[in-house]
Design a protein around this ligand. Structure first.
Ligand code: SF4
Ligand code: SF4
Length: 115
């Protein structure tokens, strides 16, 4: 995983901002109070979270082999079909709880957790 410039898709971000179920604190939370938690059994690694996060929290990478092998068979098949790609949160400390990633994720794989 490498540090890259933010990869915002402003159209997707605006759509997520208007979502009625958006959780969190509208970007008003102090950094470090919340963090997004990705359910890798659901994640398909296509990166909508990367494209909407204003604080560049996410990175797409390959799931660790031991974590992959510990998944149930059907989940492993799904992950394999998506090239074993999954979302990581290397900059979770920067999260300000805008909630955009939660509602933008098509697989409902992200929860915003208080730390
Ligand atoms: S938007 Fe959801 S499914 Fe897509 S990469 Fe991010 S966490 Fe995974
Ligand atoms: S809730 Fe946090 S991780 Fe999710 S998009 Fe907003 S700042 Fe990024």
């Amino acid at each position: 995983m490498t540090n890259k410039a933010p990869r915002l898709d402003s159209k997707k971000a605006r759509r997520a901002a208007a979502h009625p179920d958006r959780p969190g604190e509208r970007c008003n939370a102090e950094s470090g109070r919340y963090e997004p938690v990705v359910d890798r059994r659901r994640c398909e690694g296509k990166g909508d979270c990367v494209e909407v996060c204003p604080y560049d929290v996410f990175e797409i990478g390959k799931i660790a082999e031991d974590e992959y092998r510990a998944m149930p068979t059907l989940v492993r098949l799904k992950i394999w079909a998506h090239g074993k790609k999954t979302a990581f949160t290397p900059r979770a400390d920067a999260c300000k709880a805008c909630g955009l990633c939660v509602v933008a994720c098509p697989e409902r794989a992200i929860e915003l957790a208080a730390r």
